[in-house]
Design a protein around this ligand. Structure first.
Ligand code: LLP
Length: 419
């Protein structure tokens, strides 16, 4: 099921036609469906009754209204910066439902997190543990900590988004985990509550998750044997979505497979940190065709959105389906859909077959995750607006940037006088 369907030859976002949205908000423009976000969230929530817990990975899409929709549904949140903590709190999320991941937590961020008494820190190194302990002691409080362990499994995904191999910078090596936990148990200001891992993103098979879980459960047992009892295992995010023809497991099947493996540990709760699976297919990027151009060897569809708006195709050669939002009788062409940015790598899609004419509106699909959040002002391009559709209503949840927004904070220096 999709909230972006064609009706009478025109793509709709829930009940509103995409051309109407483009007329109202301009292009390029991100459009999200509240119903899709809620449906994707509920699929996780329904399979994770308390004490299990899903924590939405805020990095995937951190717009305040997106977080608000999830907070209203009772979501937990996985954050990677003080800024993301502030966003969750501003959107109405509860501090105790926040898990704080990330390899480089600053003193300031740790203090801020402790002031708000967040749920837990997912600690990535011994040095970070010492820092958290010292700050918690100085603040006369206790930090709940989990250790991110690197289970060294191959997630079989793009190397830039695989995180659970020993060669990656994340977490502590499995061989060192026992010693690290032992040491943590001797430090003041800490309460050990769990262990966590995240092996990568856009995984389309359950097996790597199960391999990681087996290793984590062996660690749980080894800890138990030395008197350290964990309350939960956080298996991170990473469930893939369909961008093209991938067939990731259904959310329920994936969670049931994990829970079945954990049946031997009935007192251990499962935490998950889904990001992409909640928002990717709940969003599109709407863009207008500026020109059609053909060289002797190639067609180009030049659109008004570029790599600064949606970086994934350029950065990861990621595939996003691109469709004309109105059924068209224009001649079919096969070519690259490219943006206006001055980089050869600025494309949204390559070798796509489309019926398209200048002025048409295209939808770049599955753009709700790692879309706007990875956008930039490269080429002094104001970033696009974000719109949340809810049934018949469309809300502007982030205004299109103005040039003043783009150069806010920049200043001229005194003019150089003639010598
Ligand atoms: N938890 C941790 C500790 C993570 O590092 C990540 C993602 C997640 C959860 C959420 O993973 P998800 O469920 O979304 O796969 N920019 C890349 C993706 C980077 C993901 C980084 N970590 C992309 O556009 O594909």
């Amino acid at each position: 099921m999709s909230e972006f369907e064609f009706r009478h030859g025109v793509m709709h976002a829930e009940s509103i036609s995409v051309p109407d949205l483009a007329a109202r908000f301009g292009t390029p423009c991100y459009v999200y469906s509240r119903a899709a976000i809620a449906r994707n969230w509920k699929a996780f929530q329904d399979h994770l009754p308390a004490p299990h817990k899903a924590c939405y990975a805020v990095k995937a899409n951190s717009n305040l209204a997106v977080l608000q929709v999830l907070a209203e549904l009772g979501a937990g949140f996985d954050v990677v910066s003080g800024g993301e903590i502030a966003r969750v709190l501003k959107a109405g999320g509860r501090a105790q439902d926040i898990v704080f991941s990330g390899v480089g937590k600053s003193e300031h961020e740790i203090r801020y997190a402790l002031e708000h008494d967040i749920g837990q820190f997912n600690v990535e190194s011994d040095a970070e543990l010492d820092r958290i302990s010292a700050i918690a002691v100085a603040m006369d409080t206790t930090a709940r900590v989990s250790f991110r362990v690197n289970p060294d499994v191959d997630a079989k995904t793009h190397p830039y988004i695989a995180t659970g191999l020993e060669a990656n910078k994340f977490g502590i090596p499995m061989q060192d985990a026992l010693d690290t936990f032992k040491r943590a148990a001797t430090l003041p200001g800490l309460e050990i509550v769990g262990a966590d891992c995240h092996i990568g993103s856009q995984l389309t098979e359950t097996q790597p998750f199960l391999d990681a879980l087996d290793r984590m459960l062996a660690l749980v047992d080894a800890l138990e044997a030395i008197g350290i009892t964990l309350k939960h295992l956080d298996m991170g995010g990473g469930l893939g979505v369909t961008y093209q023809s991938e067939q990731p497991p259904a959310v329920g099947d994936y969670i049931q497979a994990l829970l079945a493996r954990m049946a031997s540990h009935p007192h251990l709760a499962l935490y998950l940190e889904p990001g992409r699976a909640i928002v990717a297919n709940a969003g599109i990027l709407v863009t207008q065709v500026e020109y059609l151009k053909a060289s002797r060897t190639k067609h180009f569809v030049m659109v008004d959105a570029g790599m600064n708006d949606l970086l994934r195709p350029s950065l990861y050669q990621a595939f996003h389906d691109i469709v004309n939002v109105c059924e068209s009788s224009a001649p079919e062409i096969t070519g690259d859909v490219v943006g206006p940015v001055c980089e050869t790598g600025d494309f949204l899609g390559q070798q796509r077959t489309l019926r398209v004419a200048a002025g048409d509106l295209l939808a770049v699909k599955s753009a709700g995750a790692y879309g706007f959040v990875m956008s930039s002002n490269y080429n002094t391009r104001p970033r696009p607006p974000e719109v949340m559709v809810d049934g018949n209503e469309a809300y502007l949840i982030r205004a299109r940037e103005t040039l003043e927004d783009v150069w806010r904070g920049e200043t001229l220096i005194p003019a150089q006088t003639e010598k």
